[in-house]
Design a protein around this ligand. Sequence first.
Ligand code: NAD
Ligand code: TYD
Length: 350
Amino acid sequence: MKILVTGGAGFIGSSFVRYLLGAREDAEIVNLDLLTYAGNLRNIEEVAANPRYRFVRGDIADRVQLREVFEEHQFDAVVNFAAETHVDRSILDSAPFVRTNIEGTRCLLEEARRYKVERFIQISTDEVYGSLGSTGSFREDTPLDPTSPYSASKAAADLMVLAYVKTHRVPALVTRCSNNYGPYQFPEKLIPVLITNAMENRPLPIYGDGMNVREWIFADEHSRAVLMALERGNPGEVYNVGSGHEKTNLEVVHEILRLMDKPESLIQFVKDRPAHDRRYSIDCSKIRREWAWSPEIDFCTGLAATIEWYRTHQDWIREIKNTSYLSYYDQMYTRRDETLAGTASSKEED
Ligand code: NAD
Ligand code: TYD
């Protein structure tokens, strides 16, 4: 099987590339990634010399470049991880989210259609369903109700994928997973922000009252579900992926501080994110039933392994937490304060 993986230099895509090469001896992968701020060749250096693996730097929203890659390789399948992924960045500037997440997905669908690929897996997120109260869980037929520019762009991409199934008979399907954590996650998402800041005894920013709930899954477990989607999924269907490990952000930060033996005084409550989704919870009984998939790693074990990975990969963190990362953080907090005070101008106006 020859598979195009997009976004394979990011956090979850790189987990999938490593997992797939190990799990299937006949799999050949072309990893197409733009290497944005979130893409990092170090995430996949352990497979770089594998003869069944090739890296191409490229943009999923560039039709000309995509055509050349599809023409050269004749893929059997496409797995689309490539995306802009951070809610806070989408609040500051939604333009790259529309371009990559919506237009990029459309371009990939067009090439998949033209070259008649046998499977197209769209990696989506539970955030497309919006926010829950204290009870209930998202099912595959829960109406879409995104609240951030990020989740709106992912919902639009899902609808485009499902429309291409109906209109053009592209054999595509969608997976929607809950919050991932694990090694190689860029330190802008909650868990790596907390771990890497705690390592330096810097404040741990908690938005609002810290009572927002997320369902945390170890990224390699998500990769296992994506391979099942590739091999067993039905075109036109949606498959939820989750772990059942629901935690408030305060529970997460307390557990990290306990495992790292750091004081609670590092916690710093900061202004809330606008339209901050209160709770996510996934009902993934469909893939448990149809594929016998189930999560195997409990939250505390996964978190301890993640902390150990960051502790032993200080050079990886140092390379990322460079000047441009720090200036993004300064800008983010200044602009977020302006947004909340209603004084921010949009990026386009700047
Ligand atoms: P990430 O931000 O770590 O990586 C994204 C990758 O996409 C990067 O390597 C980046 O260089 C690449 N990319 C961005 N724009 C591109 C473009 N135009 N062309 C080609 N490559 C491009 O993201 P992640 O956390 O690994 O998420 C991967 C996918 O999983 C995304 O589609 C995301 O929506 C979805 N997802 C993420 C989570 C989560 O908790 N992180 C949960 C559910 C679903
Ligand atoms: P995040 O990792 O950005 O994922 P998402 O918003 O896509 O679920 O955030 C997870 C939760 O943690 C969310 O409720 C926002 C919160 N959060 C903080 O409290 N502090 C932080 O520094 C970050 C990045 C997130």
